[in-house]
Design a protein around this ligand. Sequence first.
Ligand code: URA
Length: 183
Amino acid sequence: MYTYEELKNFVDHCPRCPLSGTRNHSVMGKGSLDARMMFIAEAPGYNEDRDGVPFTGPSGTVFDELLAEIGLRRQDIYLTNIVKCHPPKNRDPLPEEQEACIAYLKYETLLIRPQIMVCLGRIAAQRIIRPDYRITREHGTFLFRKNTWLTAVYHPSAILRDPAKLEEAKEDFRKIQEKYREL
Ligand code: URA
């Protein structure tokens, strides 16, 4: 096993896909290494590429508000992405970029061993839960696999584009809180 610091060092210097040639910073996940809950989004955006930290832009503000709704702060959870480098012009990460990066997420999961994994948005849900996952239909539902509860909620940037999704997201976070309390 590598330590968390060693893993972060691999991610910081990763050459495994072409995004390494365009990034400013790799973005390793961040939060508590003892967290019982891990949130997984798709890939760093412009702000995160500048800062080297997940969700530092406007969608991070939405995420923090949703977390606060259930009485949690970033330091209580672990937050990461499927792909650790920013895809130019905010396009979706390509399957081959996801493939090149997924080992880092697997390793984060091995080190942190969360009881609950929450996918933020379609890309993460399709990678983690099922390739044909339908976020609009299935968000907020749970399944149990390999000793871990899995669910997905709307991506915070989808909520910024369509504020009508905020109430549904709050409802999903309340279900997550229930699961978190019962475990
Ligand atoms: N969007 C993501 O999917 N991840 C981040 O870290 C920031 C924005």
